[in-house]
Design a protein around this ligand. Structure first.
Ligand SMILES: [Zn+2]
Length: 450
């Protein structure tokens, strides 16, 4: 009988010990937090991961300390089993705490967030192990100040413009907004970063709404945004509408091979053309936007761009094309470049100095070269039969890039030439005109631009 009681006692001690064991641990909770928190006029967020693998999380408290005082931002308790086995208590918690500077009465400047976390251990007289972390907090509710330095700018629909402006603090991002389209700003070439001088090329997209507002925008690291009116006068312009009859030779000779190479079923030639002209075109355009995003923040070109020598213009910028088979409309597209015809297998040369961003197969554009001229300006050369350059290579104006051809969606040997400003195709005619480049772009790139 006694032995039985003794066994029961031993069992009780063992069970009690097993249950109590996690509460005797001496490891304080772990805190994952950002090295610094930045709060703007829109507020900010503190993202935390709290964990305690032993007794589990009991509570946390977040206090704020600043020159004018301090207060508790948030306090939270976690339920505990008090005498339970490991694993029942909260071991890990992801917490997002909104920090509103005005709501908390924190003035602009430096402050400190003090985070204190306890676990369900019985240490520290039963209050639990404690971790504390101080996180520097920067409050900046003042938006950057923008000073537009450019005078009145005349710009055509489909055309380009340049803006010079100053931003009074190092900004997270700045540039020109035309309607809903953003054009990135870059440090003004030749200026010291401390001067805050910025330069942006922009364009009026062919499909922008009528008279889109043009604004210089700047957002600082804390997310405060400023907008300033940019003095632009936009001239509307009509683009031609051209029906293009697809010949049976084109449908039989060009479409099947191209369809196979871009993953389209070539069985029904017209259906294959429709899919290439819509889905594959959209996919290729998306790829081009990904490539041009790597444009350099240095100006790599100077002066006007050069139209392919001895070439005849066979199609202009922003022609709207309606494709017709046997009198029936089958597809539409806008032609965002110039078609330039020369001799077959003609040398294709760089229209300006820059760096090759891409050289390879680009679907409807066939063998294609993209050259970065810096500051968001990129030229495109499509349908080449042969490539002489590779990505990353520096090229001089007039340097050979390859030979003309009819690769991709092309009915015959020609060069498809296009210019992008940011994500937007623009009319190359302006960039081929030395007077336009000088009066619209280079005057605003001068070291002390007006
Ligand atoms: Zn073309």
């Amino acid at each position: 009988m006694r032995a039985w009681i003794l066994l029961a006692l031993i069992a009780a001690v063992v069970v009690g010990g097993v249950l109590a064991w996690p509460h005797l641990e001496g490891t304080p909770p772990e805190i994952e937090a950002p090295a610094e928190v930045l709060v703007g006029s829109e507020g900010g967020t503190l993202s935390l991961v709290l964990s305690d693998a032993g007794a589990g999380l009991r509570s946390f408290e977040l206090r704020i300390r600043h020159g004018g005082g301090g207060k508790t931002v948030v306090e939270q308790q976690f339920a505990g089993d008090h005498l339970g086995a490991t694993g029942l208590n909260t071991q890990r918690e992801e917490i997002e705490i909104p920090i509103q500077a005005d709501g908390l009465g924190i003035p602009d400047g430096a402050a400190t967030l003090v985070l204190s976390v306890r676990d369900w251990s019985w240490r520290d007289a039963g209050r639990g192990n404690r971790s504390e972390l101080s996180i520097p907090l920067q409050v900046d509710t003042v938006a950057p100040r923008i000073a537009v330095e450019s005078g009145l700018t005349y710009v055509y629909r489909g055309g380009s413009g340049a803006a010079a402006y100053r931003v009074d603090e190092a900004s997270g991002s700045d540039g020109v907004m035309v309607g809903e389209t953003f054009f990135r700003g870059y440090p003004m070439p030749g200026s010291a970063p401390s001067e805050g001088r910025r330069f942006a090329l922009f364009a009026i997209p062919v499909d922008a709404p009528a008279s889109p507002p043009v604004r210089v925008v700047a957002t600082d690291a804390a997310g405060n945004t400023s907008r300033a009116r940019f003095p632009a006068r936009i001239s509307e312009r009509n683009f031609s509408n051209d029906p293009i009859r697809l010949s049976s030779r084109f449908l039989e000779d060009v479409i099947p091979d191209l369809a196979v190479s871009v993953g389209v079923d070539p069985g029904d030639r017209v259906a294959a053309f429709q899919q290439i002209n819509s889905e594959v075109r959209a996919r290729n355009e998306k790829q081009i936007r990904e490539i041009v995003a790597a444009s350099s923040d240095q100006r790599l070109w100077s002066g006007a761009f050069e139209q392919l020598r001895n070439s005849k213009v066979t199609s202009r910028f922003a022609e709207h094309r309606t494709y017709v088979v046997n009198g029936k409309e089958v597809s539409q597209a806008t032609h965002f470049g110039f078609d330039l015809a020369s001799n077959a297998f003609a040398p294709i040369t760089a229209s300006g100095t820059g760096v090759v961003l891409f050289a390879g197969d680009l679907g409807i554009y066939g063998n294609c070269v993209l050259i970065d001229h810096g500051l968001g300006l990129v030229t495109l050369y499509g349908h080449l039969s042969q490539l002489e350059v590779t990505a990353g290579e520096q090229v001089q104006k007039k340097q050979e890039l390859g030979r003309s051809g009819a690769t991709g969606l092309a009915g015959g040997d020609h060069l498809h030439f296009a210019i992008l400003v940011g994500d937007t195709y623009v009319d190359p005619l302006e960039w081929w005109d030395p007077r336009w480049v000088k009066s619209h772009v280079e005057v605003r790139l001068a070291p002390s631009a007006p």
